[in-house]
Design a protein around this ligand. Structure first.
Ligand code: MG
Length: 368
């Protein structure tokens, strides 16, 4: 896990959490690549790009004081986006950099992200997620506990051979549950007959049935089955979303801010989905309470029409800098304090740090 800490000239701090996993199994990006691209390409560019308070392109607020003008996170986020655009890909690293800079801007302004996004609600509905189980009976028991905890939506991971039987049993046991399946790209276009057999189960959607690159295949599946198709891993940018919508590849979208490059990009995805009348929900990576707070604030926007993967709680045995709040009755609270989320526990951050690099204004490592 890679964390960023920015210290502004006046001592204000901001933190960013990179969602990249230890291995490149979920996405091309992984923690070691994020570390390198941040250290060697993104942070040096940001440091060399001038005063964060005067974003290139202007138009974001009065000259010299854009940090305080209007929504205090937008100008710094736009600045980071412009600088980051010189580097291709690496959205999770870019999202972490944006988060750290935006966190500092919000702390300086004494505002929460939710406040700046115009989120009036104090809590957002979360869904539960269940992995591939050993037996159908154990799965039904697990979901029963989640229903008792108050979750109205449960998402079940599926793959060829673990689909119709577990989902059918869940539907029989929980007729009114918002039941959703996530295939993580495990099927192929030839499997459409298998997917068609799920049509009677009234699933909210089937998420990412085919591999991320196969938008044409998703369009074919979407046209061949009744269950709405949701895209998750495929949605890596606004451009990809536009392609998917133009092809008719999905009726539902899951946006993960880390995967599209950050909060501002996720907000653009939200606007596009809202314009297109496409159902949207907020996904998440294996994130702690900082990123999860940003996701929860975003999920309070009106275009997020379905419960998101926002439930928290401790995630790592060795501890984490910010523990994400657990859902109560299926709802998670919106962070209202200054910043993107609660400040991290410095002692935990220090104890967990295996490697630390400081980058100064010249863009060169001062201490490694
Ligand atoms: Mg998914």
């Amino acid at each position: 896990m890679v964390w960023l800490r920015v210290v502004m000239d006046d001592g204000i701090e901001g933190f960013g959490e990179c969602a990249a996993l230890a291995e490149p199994t979920y996405s091309e990006e992984y923690a070691a690549s994020s570390w390198l691209v941040l250290q060697q390409h993104l942070v040096p560019r940001l440091l060399q790009s001038g005063d964060l308070g005067e974003p290139p392109g202007a138009g974001d607020g009065p000259a010299g004081a854009p940090w305080q003008a209007g929504a205090p996170w937008q100008a710094p986020a736009a600045h980071v986006a412009k600088v980051s655009a010189e580097v291709r890909g690496h959205n999770m690293a870019k999202a972490a950099l944006e988060m750290a800079v935006v966190d500092a801007a919000l702390r300086r302004a004494g505002r929460s992200l939710a406040d700046c996004l115009g989120i009036a609600v104090s809590r957002v509905e979360a869904g539960a997620v269940v992995g591939i189980g050993d037996t159908v009976e154990a799965l039904v028991d697990e979901v029963a506990e989640l229903v008792v905890r108050g979750f109205r939506r449960v998402k079940v991971k599926i793959r060829p051979g673990w689909d119709l039987a577990p989902l059918g049993a869940l539907r029989r046991s929980f007729p009114g549950l918002l039941l959703q399946a996530d295939a993580n790209g495990a099927y192929r276009p030839d499997d459409v007959e298998v997917l068609r057999r799920l049509d009677d189960l009234r699933l909210t959607c089937i998420e990412q049935p085919l591999p991320p690159d196969d938008l044409v295949g998703h369009a074919q599946v979407a046209g061949a089955i009744v269950t709405p198709v949701c895209l998750d891993e495929s949605i890596t940018s606004l451009g990809r979303l536009d392609e998917a919508l133009a092809l008719g590849a999905c009726q539902v979208v899951c946006v993960k801010p880390a995967c599209v490059g950050g909060i501002a990009a996720a907000q653009q995805v939200h606007e596009r989905c809202r314009q297109a009348g496409v159902d949207l929900w907020c996904g998440g990576m294996l994130e702690t309470g900082l990123a999860r707070s940003a996701n929860t604030a975003l999920a309070g926007l009106p275009g997020f029409t379905l419960p998101g993967d926002l439930d928290g709680g401790p995630r790592f045995e060795e501890g984490e800098p910010v523990v994400a709040p657990q859902a109560i009755g299926g709802w998670v609270p919106v962070h209202r304090g200054p910043g993107v989320g609660p400040p991290p526990d410095h002692a935990v951050l220090g104890r967990l740090s295996r490697r630390v690099a400081w980058l100064g204004a010249g863009g060169l490592p001062e201490k490694t």
